[in-house]
Ligand binder design. Structure first.
Ligand code: C2E
Ligand code: MG
Ligand code: MG
Length: 534
């Protein structure tokens, strides 16, 4: 740090004027014969020290010429120097300049290497905390975003794949972050399962998402897909200087810890945090709900439109919270879906549904049972395997089970999602496209992937009696679905009118309050017996 631009310029100026000055000094003190010529060592040594080996040599040469052929041995008598005399001087000057430059260059390199070593993780080569100390205050100007990223499943990854591959995975995560974050950005590996990042930003929500998105890319080493579970805390700082104090990072560490404890993928610090607290609490409670039997399944029948014969039941989850009472799925599933808790929840639903189906089969009642999946389930690399394990453990029959997914699943580009869909199809499960009409509503993917049922969303069916335009859309959808070999289900049929219209348009099955509301598992058999009597 001592040799900076400013000091170098100053020294350069000094060196340039010192050559003629020394010449004059030696000349007026009587010539090279006297001791004053040794002054020349000063600019030569300085040049080597400040500008390195090559310039050290050059300064030695210049000094040698000035005090060599240009300088008499004794000025008074005008006696010139012998060749060997000035040549020897010049050689010594060159050697001195070169040596000082050489050693300073070496020393600088050692310092730089040490600095690097000091500021990098030896295992991964990623910058460590010390790197922050090396950044100048003006590295970032204006608002900067700060985030902590925790790798939650470090131990399970290293147990399965070994530490070496885990370190490789860290390096891949780092590369991914570096590629997708704005330039310049700083990514620091704090310890073996924690990163700090910062970059200049405009909008905390958009940029926070950017981090989440770059981390949601699948990473693979030697063709092994690695599932990394993260918790992220995001905050902002007005000034970069503050970062050296590490205080802002303590804040994001706390937020990431909070995210981890509540099974949230990320927490962004903002003033709404207090409002979100209710949701955090709810999630905290839900993590025990499955274990404590607070969740239950309700079943709603699906009947054939032409005969009203029951063909299946849809399993719908409810949460009976001791603190908040009965909570409907729309009020907690979006929250659960934002966390890893969605996986045990779906497993729980699947297991319960198979048990219910077996109970019905024992009574001689054979129905399809459908369960709802979240897109996150399908994206989970172990989903298929887990479903098959549960199916075997519970002696379920895949042919009698339907997975309901929303169409967003088919729009996923990820190879893995497609593979999972094929695997569940090949295992004999049926697939229903749920809530059709609510989202993107394109049927182009039907040609690429074979599904069994299309469930038209309630928002369409509710207007089927009073809006001819909606009726037309529904009719066209039914025709197209039939062309692709799908059966069509009308959701949310509440009235006789809606039922009749659906039937007229060619709907295959209907589901809705017109037939029955969702009911508890204990009442299904009685309801069924009553229904067939009627
Ligand atoms: P969904 O899969 O479309 O389920 C149908 C929803 O419509 C159910 O709401 C059902 O009670 C309601 N419904 C049925 N017939 C009628 C009707 O005639 N009129 C009206 N107004 N509503 C009717 P629910 O049980 O509140 O579930 C809401 C959503 O929550 C479900 O929509 C599904 O997307 C999700 N869900 C429910 N259980 C699960 C689950 O176990 N896992 C996942 N991932 N999602 C679930
Ligand atoms: Mg459904
Ligand atoms: Mg639906």
């Amino acid at each position: 740090n001592f040799i900076n631009k400013y000091r170098s310029m100053l020294v350069l100026g000094f060196i340039i004027i010192s050559f003629p000055l020394i010449y004059a000094f030696v000349y007026y003190t009587g010539g090279i014969k006297y001791v004053f010529s040794h002054t020349m060592y000063v600019p030569i040594l300085l040049t080597g020290a400040f500008f390195g080996f090559k310039y050290g040599l050059l300064a030695g040469l210049v000094g040698g010429i000035i005090l060599g052929p240009l300088m008499p041995l004794v000025v008074e008598t005008k006696e010139p120097q012998e060749f060997i005399n000035w040549f020897y001087w010049m050689m010594i000057f060159i050697v001195i300049g070169g040596l000082s430059g050489y050693f300073v260059d070496k020393y600088k390199k050692i310092i730089i290497d040490n600095k690097k070593l000091f500021s990098q993780h030896p295992d991964t080569g990623i910058h460590n905390i010390n790197y922050l100390l090396q950044l100048h205050d003006d590295y970032f100007k204006g608002n900067i975003l700060i985030a902590t990223i925790l790798v939650n499943n470090k131990s399970s990854i290293s147990e399965v794949l070994g530490t070496e591959l885990y370190l490789k995975a860290l390096r891949l995560i780092f590369d991914e972050l570096k590629d997708s974050l704005p330039n310049p950005s700083v990514v620091i590996q704090v310890d073996s399962a924690k990163f700090w990042i910062m970059f200049k930003h405009l909008n905390i929500d958009i940029d926070g998402k950017k981090i989440v998105d770059s981390l949601s890319k699948q990473i693979a080493i030697d063709e092994i897909n690695i599932y990394v579970d993260y918790s992220i805390g995001v905050s902002e700082s007005k000034e970069f200087k503050q970062c050296k104090s590490l205080v802002p990072f303590r804040e994001t560490d706390r937020l990431a810890g909070y995210a981890k404890a509540n099974n949230l993928p990320y927490v962004i610090f903002d003033n709404d945090l207090l409002i979100k607290k209710y949701e955090f609490n709810l999630l905290g409670l839900f993590s025990n709900a499955l274990k404590n039997n607070e969740t239950l399944l309700m079943y709603q029948p699906v009947v054939e439109a032409s005969t009203k014969a029951i063909i299946g039941l849809e399993a719908l989850i409810r949460w009976d919270s001791p603190k908040h009472g009965l909570i409907m799925p729309n009020d907690f599933i979006p929250l659960v879906e934002s966390t890893q808790l969605i996986h045990p929840m779906t497993e729980w639903v699947f297991r319960k549904a198979i048990r219910q189906q077996n109970r019905l089969i024992e009574e001689g009642i054979v129905f399809y049972i459908s369960i709802n999946l979240s897109i996150k389930n399908i994206k989970n690399p172990t989903f298929y395997q887990r479903m098959m394990e549960i199916l075997n453990e519970e002696h379920g029959d895949a042919k009698l089970l339907i997975f309901e997914v929303t169409e967003s699943v088919f729009l996923e580009e990820e190879k893995h999602t497609k593979l999972t869909l094929h695997q569940i199809k090949d295992a004999g499960f049926k697939i229903a496209i749920d809530d059709f009409g609510k989202g993107y509503s394109s049927l182009t993917y039907l040609s690429q992937f074979k599904t069994d049922y299309l469930k038209i969303d309630r928002s369409f069916i509710s207007h089927i009696a009073d809006k001819p335009s909606i009726r037309q859309i529904v009719q066209a959808t039914i025709q197209l679905a039939h062309q692709f070999g799908l059966k069509v289900v009308a959701e949310g049929v509440e009235t006789l009118e809606m039922f009749e219209h659906s039937k007229q348009l060619g709907i295959d099955y209907i589901q809705g309050f017109y037939i029955a509301k969702p009911m508890k598992e204990e009442t299904v058999i009685d309801w069924y017996k009553n229904y067939i009597k009627k």
